[in-house]
Design a protein around this ligand. Structure first.
Ligand code: SF4
Length: 179
């Protein structure tokens, strides 16, 4: 099921990120989970107004940069920092059969397929093997929530396999709470 972005209500459209993959891989190191980020994330979750403001800021920044759809479970580190949820079919494990031989999207023929973009960006930085990892189904209850907070709270750890197959059992969520 394709979903619109919660904030803008826009349907997803393939987007080439406005920043280089190299810059994003570097930034990722700064944003890696640690105790300070975990404390911040916990504090935000216990203060709804601050959480909403933080989530809006995330939506603004990532919307402009990646056309982030606010799925709440960010795949960017495994996709060359091209957002798979900006694919009109929101495919998280590679292109559909409709991508043209020259790498254009079936739904928006003037746009590059986001998975072609992802591969090119990852390959350029020596991360092409990231794209062999299988992404597990996402928890749709997380739409509209902050993926940064989820990441710092350790909820993204099993979003994808560590090899090219389902190495361990799928992520299971208890009522309302990712586990
Ligand atoms: S949070 Fe989801 S929708 Fe947003 S950039 Fe990451 S994968 Fe894309």
């Amino acid at each position: 099921m394709t979903r619109r972005a919660p904030g803008t209500g826009q349907w997803p459209k393939p987007t080439v990120p406005s920043t280089s993959a190299r810059a994003m891989y570097r930034l990722h190191r700064v944003l890696e989970p640690n105790r300070a980020y975990a404390r911040l994330a916990g504090w935000l979750e216990s203060h709804p107004r601050a959480y909403r403001a933080f989530t809006r800021a995330e939506e603004e920044v990532k919307g402009r940069t990646f056309n982030c759809q606010m799925c709440g479970q960010c795949a960017l580190p495994a996709t060359g920092y091209a957002c798979p949820m900006s694919c009109p079919k929101q495919l998280r494990n590679g292109p559909c059969g409709g991508v043209s031989p020259d790498g254009m999207c079936e739904v928006y023929p003037d746009e590059r397929c986001v998975w072609v973009v992802a591969y090119e960006r990852a390959e350029q930085e020596g991360h092409d093997s990231d794209l062999t990892m299988l992404q597990r189904p996402i928890d749709h209850r997380q739409w509209g929530r902050s993926s940064w907070v989820n990441y710092w709270q350790g909820r993204d750890e099993r979003l994808w396999t560590s090899d090219d197959g389902p190495a361990s059992s799928p992520r299971v969520c208890a009522d309302g709470d990712p586990v």
